[in-house]
Structure formats: structure tokens, C-alpha cells
Design a protein around this ligand. Structure first.
Ligand code: GLU
Length: 432
């Protein structure tokens, strides 16, 4: 098997494979429908100037892709990163279509991004860039057409700016708050949204352990966990698993490397260290200097649960052989290559695939969008009860699909997403 590193090609391969498995069991899927589901519906590429603090003009490139309009609005985050390009954003938009079908939300899939390094930009530069980008994609976004959200490099602050910019041009829109989710609470944000991806992942993991799927892991108490990535998702996952489930967080990494200690870390202490103004690198590295590891060595340390929570294409074939974990909980989008998938399956690692595991964020975004439409703000318990219900139902649907088709969890998730998407198209029919 050759290893595919390109994320878009990988997701299309997984999709085709899911369709094939689906067709073997039921009737073959109409090739036209397959092509429709693989083709992004609308892709916008923009270039725009931003005045930098030193008076110079810099030209930025950004994108917004609406993958499928099975349901509207389409939904998906906005990524600020030097790694962004049209191919990655298209893959991530397709990913959102699949995720919304797995967790059964009435949204289509979308994604956006700007090629930039937010860590090297001042708050004022980021604000000007966000306002101009919002303006550039304004023909696409709207409470009933396409609703952005946070992703890598963006958060509540940027979502507040997107709302404000949209509102300037749509003064009379009665439901303007619903144009974007992941906003600050003061602007119609939703309680529990910030930690939602992590919390959703924890609910699925808990259910997998309860159902006896987690390769002999019978309890999360004292289970050892390695978390790759220490942004919003990575930190909250480590924190929730540590505080609410009694897990031992023995490894934490970021883009600069990892720290590892079998005695375990306090995630909030590590975060304090990372964000301290004296820590110029803004990294977890050096928290316990003697326990610093390069990323490949870090990922292959023995643990019960490995959580990739950074970005795509991290667990590759060359590392997979040495990975020593019982469970992988994919909280990043597309972290594992198809070759690594195969190796891990043969090693009997239990994989909770991304298109289910990390849907907590968009699920609570759905809660936020509904509240904005209704003009209300729900209590944390209400949101988390909905989140738990949605995540555990989707997990049970996955377990059922895996059993009925006798496939891997990745294949099962694709079968589930694909069959549901095809059903929507069949029910709607094709215009004209
Ligand atoms: N960016 C997040 C994701 O990849 C959230 C998307 C949303 O809430 O719309 O799932």
C-alpha cells in the first residue's frame, strides 16, 4: 500500500472506499451521486491588502469553500495558518459535510482560511485582516446560507469581529448573531462552546469504554493519556480527562516538541507555564526540561489513550509501527494517513475516527445557532446534555454500522456519513 499524504486525496479515497463497501451490501451507488458528493459546490479565493502596524501594505490570500448544500446553512470553521491552501480547505469542507451527517445536524459542510501566521501578527493587524476577510467572503456567509466558526488560529475574539463586520453591512438583519458561532458570551455565544470539541470527544471515549470496545480498558480512572497539540482542543481534552475522569496525562506536545512524565502532569499548570509572558517560545517545551522529547519519540511512548489534537497528517506509516496505545481518539481533522490506519488496525488499536470523535464543536455550534435564531441563551447543563446525547447516539450508530458491515471504525464512519448524505439527496431530488 502506498502512503497518501495529501489530505484532500486521502479523504476522497476514504470516501470512495466507503461508497464501495456500502454498494456491496446494498445496491451499487449511482456514480453521478458519488461525483456530486465529491465535488465542492462553491469555492471562493480572495486576495486583499491589510495595513500593517509599521505602515506597510501586506497582501493576504484567503478562501471560503462550501462543499455541499445538502442542508443550508453550510457550516465550518475559519483557519489562520501558514499551511492553509485551497486543497486543504476543500478537504476540511468535505470533512464538515461528513461530520454533520455522522452526528446528524441539519447543516451542509464548509470551511475557510487565510494564509498567515497569527502568532507573528499584532491584535490590531489581526483585527484589520479579519474585518477585510469577512468583507471579501460576504457574498457567501449569512445566518441561513453559510455560518463560520473557530478553527486552528482563530477563537471567540475573531468570531466577535466577524459578527460585528457582518452587522455593519446588514444593519436590519433580525438574526445577525446567527451569522457566526463560537462568539464571546456577550455577543450571543453559547455556554460550553469553547471546550465542546474536547467534551464531545470525552463523551464518546466514555461510551466506548462503557461498551467494552476500548481494548481491555474498563475505566478511565488512572488511564494514561498522551495528547498531541495543546491549543484549545488539546488543552481542554487534557483538562477534562484529568479533572472529570481521573486520567493521568503523561504526555503533552505542541508544534515545538513534547513533554513526557509517567507520573503525570497538571494540564492547567502546563498551560500557565506555556502562556506565561516570560515564556518567549510560548511552548510547553521546558516545563520539565529533562522530560522533553522530539515529536516522533513522544508519539510512540506507551499509553492507554493517544489523542491527536493538532492538525492533519501527523500519525504516518513510519510512526504507526512503534505506537503503543490501546485507543486513538482523533480530535484533529485527518490526523492519520491510510497506511498508518492499516498498521494500527492490524496492531488491534481501537480507533475513534475524526468524523465522529471531533464533532462536539459543530454540535455545540448548532446549539449556538439555534439560540441566536430564538434570541435566547441556554444554561451549560442544557448544552452539555444535548452534546452527550448527540455524541453517544452517533457512537452507537457507528458501532451498529461496524458490526453490520464487518468493517473498521474508519470504514464504518464513512459508510454512515455517505449513506445518510445519499439519502438526503434522494429525498430532495435534483433541480430542475
Ligand atoms: N472548526 C470546528 C470543526 O472543525 C468547528 C466547526 C463549526 O463549529 O462550525 O469542527
Amino acid at each position: 500500500m502506498t502512503e497518501e499524504f495529501n489530505y484532500l486525496r486521502r479523504i476522497l479515497l476514504d470516501f470512495d472506499h466507503g461508497v464501495e463497501l456500502l454498494g456491496e451490501k446494498t445496491e451499487p451507488v449511482d456514480p453521478g451521486l458519488v461525483e456530486l458528493l465529491k465535488s465542492p459546490s462553491k469555492r471562493l479565493s480572495v486576495q486583499f491588502p491589510v495595513k500593517m502596524d509599521n505602515g506597510t501594505l501586506e497582501i493576504f490570500r484567503g478562501y471560503r469553500v462550501q462543499h455541499s448544500k445538502l442542508y443550508e446553512p453550510t457550516k465550518g470553521g475559519i483557519r489562520y495558518s501558514p499551511d492553509v491552501d485551497l486543497s486543504v480547505i476543500t478537504a476540511l469542507a468535505m470533512d464538515m459535510t461528513l461530520k454533520c451527517r455522522v452526528v446528524d445536524l441539519p447543516f451542509g459542510g464548509a470551511k475557510g482560511g487565510v494564509i498567515c501566521n497569527p502568532r507573528e501578527m499584532s491584535p490590531d493587524e489581526l483585527e484589520r485582516m479579519t474585518r477585510r476577510y469577512t468583507f471579501e467572503i460576504s457574498s457567501m456567509i449569512g445566518p441561513d446560507s453559510d455560518v463560520p466558526a473557530p478553527d486552528i488560529g482563530t477563537g471567540p475574539k475573531e468570531m466577535g469581529i466577524i459578527f460585528d463586520t457582518y452587522k455593519m453591512f446588514n444593519q436590519k438583519a433580525p438574526d445577525a448573531y446567527a451569522v457566526v458561532t463560537g462568539k464571546p458570551l456577550s455577543l450571543g455565544g453559547c455556554r460550553a462552546r469553547l471546550e465542546a470539541t474536547a467534551q464531545g470527544g470525552a463523551y464518546v471515549l466514555e461510551e466506548a469504554v462503557k461498551q467494552g470496545c476500548a481494548r481491555g480498558l474498563t475505566s478511565l480512572k488512572d488511564a494514561t493519556v498522551i495528547v498531541q497539540g495543546f491549543g484549545n482542543v488539546g488543552f481542554h481534552t487534557a483538562n477534562i480527562l484529568h479533572k472529570d475522569y481521573g486520567c493521568k496525562i503523561i504526555g503533552i506536545s505542541d508544534s515545538k516538541g513534547g513533554i513526557y512524565n509517567p507520573k503525570g502532569f497538571s494540564p492547567s499548570d502546563v498551560l500557565k507555564y506555556k502562556t506565561d509572558e516570560k515564556n518567549e517560545k510560548k511552548s510547553v517545551i521546558g516545563y520539565e526540561a529533562r522530560n522533553t522529547l522530539a515529536i516522533d519519540e513522544f508519539l510512540t511512548k506507551e499509553c492507554d489513550i493517544l489523542v491527536p489534537a493538532a492538525k492533519e497528517t501527523q500519525i504516518v506509516g513510519s510512526i504507526a509501527d512503534d505506537i503503543k496505545t490501546k485507543v486513538i481518539l482523533e480530535l484533529a481533522n485527518g490526523p492519520t494517513t491510510n497506511l498508518a490506519d492499516k498498521i494500527l488496525f492490524e496492531k488491534d488499536v481501537y480507533l475513534i475516527p475524526d468524523i465522529l470523535a471531533n464533532t462536539g464543536g459543530v454540535t455545540v455550534s448548532y446549539c449556538e445557532w439555534l439560540q441566536n435564531k430564538e434570541g435566547t441563551q441556554w444554561e451549560t447543563d442544557i448544552v452539555n446534555n444535548i452534546l452527550r446525547e448527540k455524541m453517544t447516539t452517533a457512537y452507537r450508530d457507528l458501532v451498529f454500522t461496524v458490526k453490520s458491515y464487518d468493517v473498521t471504525t474508519r470504514e464504518g464512519a464513512y459508510i454512515l456519513a455517505t449513506s445518510r448524505a445519499i439519502q438526503v439527496i434522494k429525498d430532495r431530488g435534483i433541480f430542475p
